[in-house]
Design a protein around this ligand. Structure first.
Ligand code: IMP
Length: 433
């Protein structure tokens, strides 16, 4: 691998990034997360055993890799400690030495989760369909300059003062506006004092540490969460998450300059899925041929974080092209190609039709997508199983054609194709970048 590899999702998350991260992590010295929080869910199958991580970078499963959670991540300390516990019990070695948490990261507290749930509960048809992990409210507090950072947990005065201010405001909102139960501040200070001590071995100035590592030539994998279409600016606003999911966030959310030799890799699922609300032009829900349901069942399309069934549909190349252009990505990893085996003809969306007019760009006003008809190109599918294929040359010609179509439509190159759940089912097509 080059010295830096940034891996992001190009659709609505759940593209199978964990798998691609895992592929490169074998060679990386450091794996770093730069945005999001425990709304993410990376499902990995290693030696037949499934592991789901929400916050800690999936690279931790490689015993040689060091892992960083950067300042751009919002951290629920209880989730962090619970994941550490699970990893410890699974025999993952040297966690204190290999896992670093930024002292500048913002903390998700109980009131963030509670507000997230109250807002969603009150929003009626306008709900976003969040993961209710408190992600949005924690990022709001960061921007409003009332957030509590990991470093603040070690300053009793700052922590107590800021907590009191926040509790007063949040409880007012909860009770007066959302008509929900207030939260009690009793024992919170004590609880976080305990948590701070448990976190202490992991807390560092990760920006400084990672900069030094990059200067020393160490190889770093930058692990994105969610996907470009959930980016707070360039996604399907307001049906987005509250962070930037673009690759440029890697530098910001870690406080580093990326290595000069960095591969930016976008991960695309061979079809489309989305959890939560928001526009999804190629969604196949209740379609007469049952293709949406077949994709869900074959692809095991249930949220890794919330267990919600994912909405499924054909690959939307208009959305993907918008996402790739926005973040300047030219190299792709295509995942779950095996799921499409035996589907017959495959459709890919190359434009939208609305009120008799065709357009082929993703609009800023995404309500325009509510009543569009996708314009599809039909490509031949393949029937032969992809099991055991290890070389690009052995892929069915129809799959090669499908990949070529994606490349041409989006002006990119496919570097990797994943053809199964296991670590070994990743086929390298273009090693160079
Ligand atoms: P939040 O990030 O919990 O605020 O949720 C905002 C939107 O992003 C909702 O539609 C979620 O379903 C979606 N979302 C957040 N994280 C992920 C993820 O890791 N995969 C897929 N969708 C996600």
């Amino acid at each position: 691998m080059p010295q830096g590899v940034v891996i992001i999702g190009v659709q609505w998350g759940d593209e199978g990034k964990g798998k691609i991260v895992d592929y490169y992590a074998a060679e990386a010295n450091v794996v770093a997360r730069f945005q999001g929080g425990n709304n993410a869910g990376h499902t990995l199958v290693v030696q037949g055993k499934q592991t789901i991580l929400h916050l800690i970078p999936s690279g931790i499963l490689h015993p040689h890799a060091e892992c960083v959670i950067g300042s751009g991540v919002v951290v629920d300390p209880e989730v962090f400690l619970a994941e550490v516990d699970v990893l410890r019990k699974a025999g993952v070695p040297n966690l204190e030495q290999r896992l670093a948490l930024s002292d500048r990261a913002h903390v998700i507290l109980d009131y963030h989760r509670k507000l997230d749930a109250a807002r969603e509960g009150n929003a009626g048809d306008g709900k976003i369909g969040t993961t209710k992990r408190g992600i949005g409210p924690a990022y709001e507090d960061r921007a409003a300059r009332r957030g509590i950072r990991i470093a603040d947990l070690y300053n009793d005065k700052v922590f107590a003062e800021r907590l009191a201010q926040n509790f007063a405001e949040k409880n007012f909102l909860l009770t007066e506006y959302y008509k929900a139960e207030p939260l009690s501040m009793d024992q919170v200070v004590e609880k976080y004092r305990r948590i701070a001590e448990q976190l202490r071995p992991f807390v560092r100035d990760t920006a400084k540490w990672l900069n030094d590592a990059i200067v020393c030539g160490r190889k770093v994998l930058f692990e994105g969460a969610q996907g470009v279409l959930l980016d707070v600016d360039y996604g399907s606003y307001p049906y987005v998450t509250s962070s930037h999911t673009l690759p440029s966030q890697a530098a910001l959310g870690l406080g580093v300059r990326l290595p000069k030799e960095t591969l930016f890799l976008g991960t695309i699922k061979a079809y489309s899925t989305r959890v939560g609300e928001g526009p999804f032009p190629t969604e196949l829900e209740g379609d007469p041929e049952g293709i949406g349901e077949k994709l869900r069942l074959t692809g095991k399309e249930y949220g890794a974080t919330t267990g919600r069934p994912r909405r499924c549909g054909w690959l939307d190349l208009v959305a993907v092209r918008h996402a790739l252009r926005t973040c300047g990505i030219r190299h792709l990893a295509i995942t779950k190609a095996d799921v499409l085996t035996g589907f017959g003809d495959l459709k890919v969306c190359v434009g939208y039709q609305r009120k008799g007019q065709r357009f082929d760009d993703w609009p800023a006003d995404t309500t325009m997508l509510d009543d569009v008809e996708p314009v599809y190109e039909t490509l031949p599918g393949w029937t032969a199983s992809l099991d055991g294929i290890r070389s690009a040359a052995d892929l069915p010609k129809e799959l090669k054609n499908y990949l070529r179509f994606i490349e041409e439509f989006t002006d990119t190159r496919v570097n990797l194709v994943s053809t199964g759940a296991g670590r070994e089912a990743v086929i390298d097509i273009h090693r160079a970048f």
